[in-house]
Design a protein around this ligand. Structure first.
Ligand code: 4NP
Length: 149
């Protein structure tokens, strides 16, 4: 079964494009997109250091461009996946009345890591650490979708 999954972070140039790229490489049968809760980087490609770190793992982010998360995304996707609690709050603030689209943390799909968010590598500069966690979690997400009916 094909699912429509939207990955969301703050800028849509580091964590959510990396999650989209890692997930689509792992599970290409699903429809994916990513977005930022801010409009700071609309139209920009993923951040250079993140693209480089992803490329080293054979994850190509070069076709992705940032856009802002909008309320309509609740209708366009089956599952919305945020990177931290601020993302979840900003997403939920736009939930249309009557929408029951699930909004989850990416780290919910990697409980064994003990992480409760994906630290923002734009600030930490730990692009490989973010990718390690993202890769673990998208693996868990792909498994979750396979075992759903
Ligand atoms: P992201 O990281 O939310 O993972 O894309 C950020 C990128 C840029 C900024 C903040 C976070 N910024 O302030 O420009």
């Amino acid at each position: 079964m094909t699912h429509r999954i939207l990955f969301v972070c703050l800028g849509n140039i580091c964590r959510s494009p990396a999650a989209e790229g890692a997930f689509r490489a792992r599970a290409p049968q699903h429809q994916t997109d990513s977005a930022g809760t801010s409009g700071w980087h609309i139209g920009d490609p993923p951040y250079g250091p993140m693209q480089k770190a992803a490329r080293a793992r054979d994850i190509d982010l070069s076709d992705l461009r940032a856009r802002q998360f909008v309320a309509e995304d609740f209708h366009r996707f089956d599952l919305i996946v945020g990177m931290d609690a601020d993302n979840i709050a900003n997403i939920e603030a736009l939930r249309p009345g009557g929408s029951d689209t699930p909004v989850r943390l990416l780290t919910d799909f990697a409980p064994h890591t003990g992480a409760d968010h994906v630290p923002d590598p734009y600030y930490t500069r730990d692009f490989d650490g973010a990718l390690d966690l993202i890769e673990e979690a998208v693996e868990g997400l792909a498994l979750h979708l396979r075992t759903q009916h």
